[in-house]
Write a protein that binds this ligand. Structure first.
Ligand SMILES: [Mg+2]
Length: 170
């Protein structure tokens, strides 16, 4: 696995298949339910505590994602983005970040243009083969099972920033 380049300051996450296992649950009224992993949520807080930025870009739109993002304090959430590249560009412009400062985690073909542009492309274990081939890091965990936490720990550990997170718990 490639070492993450130093200076990754922004992590952009896909939702379905990355923050979830990709299954879409609908109740009798057609409301969408999603299953998030608590370890991912904590990891996203550690990431922010390390002074780094987070954004979510999803091709779909579900209120459950808005609620989860608010809970974790992710302010940049772009939902219903069928073309993800313009959303990616607007996130970078808003945060004044470069491609080289950005990591993208995705699992399906629509994530590929972003993954090719960014400085550190990441795929969960369940990603489709083209995405896994593009990724510099493939997590052992599958989406929805702590893959985001694993990716965050990987970057923070390989850039010497994990010790500071751990200090709080010693
Ligand atoms: Mg996806």
């Amino acid at each position: 696995m490639a070492k993450p380049p130093a200076g990754i300051e922004l992590l952009i996450l896909d939702v379905d298949g990355v923050l979830t296992d990709g299954r879409i649950m609908l109740d009798a009224d057609g409301r969408e339910l999603k299953c998030f992993h608590v370890l991912d949520g904590a990891g996203m807080k550690y990431w922010q505590r390390a002074g780094k930025r987070l954004a979510i870009i999803s091709g779909r739109s579900a209120p459950a994602v808005t609620h989860r993002a608010a809970e974790i304090g992710v302010s940049l959430v772009k939902l219903g983005e069928k073309e993800k590249l313009p959303a990616y560009e607007s996130v970078l412009a808003e945060l004044k970040m470069t491609d080289g400062q950005t990591a993208v985690m995705g699992d399906d073909l629509m994530d590929l243009p972003l993954m090719r542009r960014c400085g550190f492309p990441i795929a969960p274990a369940n990603a489709v083969s083209e995405v896994r081939q593009t990724a510099a890091l493939i997590t052992d965990a599958r989406g929805g099972e702590g893959a985001v936490r694993e990716a965050i720990e990987y970057i923070l550990k390989h850039t010497g920033q994990w010790d500071r997170i751990m200090k709080r718990y010693q």
